[in-house]
Design a protein around this ligand. Structure first.
Ligand code: 5BU
Length: 275
């Protein structure tokens, strides 16, 4: 059967990449396909939100370059929370340069992303060399890469043959590319008639998820967990402002929203594997 009708636990058994395995096992263990995107500038708020949502999520997504006055100790604190609450870390870096440059951006500089982030992502726009560059750093560390096959924004150029080429690039690097940031399943997308694709099982992580509004003033578009997981076959819902809203200090509201998205995401998954 297509991976979308299998359980996360069944799928975990068939993944060799350690980060893919860890994510699928974590989803199953915590019965959560919810990822929270913590897009705040204050390091204090960043850690506080993660500590509050930690019990409800399989993954925390970061934009580490948003953080004011970044200190290496923030990473130690983030890793401690990842162990305390059992979640995977995904730095949403969106690499987009030549292989040599992305390898340096991934390993070095202020943030040393490869040393702490289980997952990161890259735009396929430079071609396969971006995977070669990032995998030279990430593969020995057991990291995984997601390619940006689609985006949630109005007017996105990542569609049609661009998306198909992203899937082809991933097929040729299954050891490191574990799936996509996309709005739907990618099984068989762009595959020729003689290509075997039934068993490819890419992980699909999907941003642009919201229950209360349809978008924001800057082109973001939201769909519900049900549309994303049940109707489009995606594996992980990524929610940012829908959970911590405009005021990250409202802890009770964050808990309420995290539980709500967790339940909606899991119900959509259960309905999917039954269908
Ligand atoms: P929001 O607050 O739920 O809208 O935040 C969504 C997050 O996902 C934010 O960090 C974006 O940078 C990220 N994102 C996205 O929204 N859409 C995309 O297509 C990609 C990333 Br790729």
């Amino acid at each position: 059967s297509s991976p979308q009708f299998r359980t996360y636990a069944q799928r975990a058994l068939h993944h060799k990449n350690p980060a893919a395995k860890l994510l699928l096992e974590t989803i199953e263990r915590k019965q959560s396909n919810l990822a929270v995107s913590v897009d705040v500038a204050s390091p204090k708020d960043f850690l506080a939100i993660i500590d509050v949502v930690g019990p409800f999520v399989c993954l925390v997504k970061t934009h580490i370059d948003i953080i004011e006055d970044f200190a290496a100790s923030l990473i130690t604190d983030l890793q401690a929370l990842s162990e305390k609450h059992d979640f995977v870390i995904f730095e949403d870096r969106k690499f987009a340069d030549i292989g040599n440059t992305v390898a340096l951006q991934y390993s070095s500089g202020v943030h040393k992303i490869a040393s702490w982030s289980h997952l990161t992502n890259a735009h396929p726009v430079p071609g396969p060399s971006i995977i070669t560059g990032l995998s030279s750093v990430g593969l020995p560390l057991g990291r995984g890469l997601l390619l940006l096959a689609e985006m949630s924004t109005k007017g996105s150029l990542a569609s049609g043959s661009y998306t198909e080429s992203a899937v082809q690039m991933a097929r040729e690097h299954r050891d490191f590319v574990i799936g996509f940031i996309a709005q739907r399943r990618m099984d068989g997308v762009g595959a020729g008639p003689d290509e075997v694709t039934a068993d490819e099982d890419f992980l699909i992580l999907t941003p642009g998820v919201g229950l209360d509004v349809k978008g924001d003033a800057m082109g973001q578009q939201y769909r519900t967990p049900r549309e994303v997981v049940l109707e489009s076959g995606c594996d992980v819902i990524i929610v940012g402002r829908g959970i911590y809203g405009k005021d990250p200090s409202l802890v009770e509201n964050i808990v309420t929203q995290a539980k709500r998205y967790k339940e909606e995401g899991w119900a959509a998954y259960l309905a999917r594997i039954k269908s």
